[in-house]
Design a protein around this ligand. Structure first.
Ligand code: G1P
Length: 294
């Protein structure tokens, strides 16, 4: 059976980024850079590499820089052209999707991830789509979302990226109850948002990559606020279990939680070490700094 092709990605990016104040006082947290690219561009690049064609940003106030980032920068590019800086010009233009392929919708009030995804319902329409949480940065051989889409092409239904976490961390994540499990692909039989470690049905948790069927939208429309008094995507997804295939994929790759200072610094270090321009010197510097700490 062939399943409908996935063309659209939703990026819920209306969050305030309070953990990074004062850096995020006047700037969207998704514009924080890991190596030379803002977080939102890492996510858009991952989507594009997996064949996604349309990008839907669910934003809030103070996020204009994101729209500008994915637009042409007329004065900058003219100046680069005049100075013969072709490499820089290419880098500036490379992340501009084709006209009409970026859409921005507003989430006027912070009512939770489920509400943010629901705000994209008209832009998505009646077709399957992917959701990216740009705080979760994944370094992998095949783009993480591409791995999920590969499984989706076999199974259809919903697919979420999952990873094992220490039991004491289950209250930070959406957690799976698991049916058939081959060690890579886990059948989802239940979902709980941020359970207390004592109540968590497993230690297999969702990270910010989802393939979702559009049937999620009417469920989100009447989803009651729950954990944190927010409308949770996990709660609406839980109501789809049984009605369609639903799988968690232990993806290949390393995930960095760039919503925390530690994860953000770790991501920068990991990207920096692999960078051909600065990697060697960064490793030498890091070694030196570690000795200083001993
Ligand atoms: C969100 C989701 C949660 C998921 C997590 C992954 O939580 O609600 O189910 O496990 O992202 O990063 P948040 O981090 O926004 O609190």
């Amino acid at each position: 059976m062939t399943h409908p092709r996935v063309r659209k990605a939703v990026f819920p990016i209306a969050g305030l980024g309070t953990r990074f104040l004062p850096a995020t006082k006047a700037m969207a947290k998704e514009m924080l850079t890991v190596l030379d690219r803002p977080l939102i561009q890492h996510a858009v690049d991952e989507a594009a590499a997996a064949g996604i064609e349309q990008f839907i940003f669910v934003t809030g106030r103070g996020k204009q820089a994101i729209d500008d980032h994915f637009d042409l920068a007329f004065e900058l590019e003219r100046t680069l052209e005049a100075r013969g800086k072709t490499a820089e010009l290419g880098r500036s233009r490379s992340m501009v999707p084709a006209p009409g392929n970026i859409m921005t919708v507003r989430q006027q009030q912070p009512q939770g991830l489920g509400h943010a995804v629901w705000c994209a319902r008209h832009a998505v329409g009646n077709e399957p789509f992917v959701v990216f949480l740009p705080d979760d940065l994944v370094v992998s051989r095949t783009p993480c979302i591409g791995q999920l889409l590969e499984l989706y092409r076999e199974t259809g239904g919903n697919v979420v990226a999952v990873q094992e976490v220490p039991r004491e961390h289950t209250n930070r994540y959406g957690v799976l109850a698991v049916g058939a499990d081959d060690g890579r692909i886990a059948e989802v039989t239940g979902l709980v948002e941020k359970p207390d470690p004592r109540d968590a049905p497993s230690t297999l948790t969702i990270i910010g990559r989802y393939v979702l069927r559009p049937e999620i939208f009417p469920l989100l429309a009447d989803q009651k606020p729950a954990v944190g008094n927010e409308i949770q995507l996990t709660d609406a997804m839980a109501r789809m279990i049984g009605a369609m295939p639903f799988h968690g994929l232990r993806f290949e790759g390393r995930r960095f939680d760039c919503g925390t200072k530690l994860g953000f610094l770790q991501a920068n270090l990991a990207y920096g070490i692999d960078d051909p321009d600065v990697g060697r010197e960064l490793v030498a510097f890091a070694r030196h700094e570690l000795q200083r700490k001993d």
